[in-house]
Design a protein around this ligand. Structure first.
Ligand code: SAH
Length: 219
């Protein structure tokens, strides 16, 4: 039995479909995003002991004090990011389990993702290999600096919260590009969207959210 099929009862298509129905009820309307999330096995991105909970709409621990984001948040951030940008080159800061990275990889041409914790990055790499996701490049680094070599990006999605938006990320956004990022301290974060026009930036503040903090350095 391949690992894709472990715990088949809990991770059956019916269980996954229920999650998608819930996401729709909560206002996710992008059918491409919903289709990708219906087909992508989220249980591959968590520890085997938590696989049975992988299709609940909750964040789950992935070790190293980090969490895999709640499916609703993944869907919402992806939907917002891809609205109106060229679906070519996207940068993610905070690979974590790799689930958000994998969702993006099925919706855009190329995904670049930066993670500061090597152990998590290596596990994510294994999962991409297993799922044959070949358009993802990973870097072990502090993502506050973005990933200059491949800039500019049509979209940048950040899955950990800085107190303030790092300048480097703004600089690496292409004209017409969009940054989606949670901003704030541990008790008051909001999801923010920054749209780059030729030389100006337009900021929109959305929902209150709760992400792990963006931390400096790499381990
Ligand atoms: N999208 C991931 C979210 C993981 S939690 C998922 O759904 O699994 C956020 C991740 O951001 C953690 O893995 C954390 O180590 C990472 N992170 C925090 N600060 C960072 C930084 N400065 N640069 C890169 N990654 C960072």
């Amino acid at each position: 039995m391949s690992s894709d099929h472990r715990g088949i009862g809990m991770t059956s298509q019916r269980t996954r479909d229920r999650l998608i129905t819930r996401l729709k009820q909560q206002g996710i309307g992008n059918t491409e995003v919903l289709t990708v999330m219906r087909d992508l096995p989220r249980h591959i991105f968590v520890d085997e002991a938590l696989a049975s909970r992988a299709y609940e709409d909750t964040a789950l621990p992935i070790g190293q004090g980090q969490t895999i984001s709640q499916p609703f948040i993944v869907a919402r951030m992806t939907e917002i990011l891809l609205e109106g940008i060229p679906k070519k080159k996207v940068l993610e800061v905070g690979t974590g389990s790799g689930y958000q990275t994998a969702v993006l990889s099925r919706l855009v041409e190329r995904v670049f993702s930066v993670e500061r914790i090597a152990v998590l990055q290596n596990q994510a790499r294994e999962r991409f290999y297993q799922l044959k996701l070949n358009n993802i490049r990973l870097k072990h680094s502090d993502g506050s600096w973005g990933w200059e070599d491949n800039a500019p990006y049509d979209g940048i999605l950040v899955t950990c919260a800085p107190e303030q938006i790092p300048e480097g990320l703004l600089a690496q956004l292409a004209p017409g590009g969009r940054l989606v990022i949670p901003v704030g301290g541990s008790n008051a974060q909001s999801l923010q969207v920054i749209d780059r026009n030729d030389s100006s930036f337009e900021r929109t503040e959305l929902d209150a959210v709760s992400f792990v903090p963006l931390l400096a350095g790499r381990i």
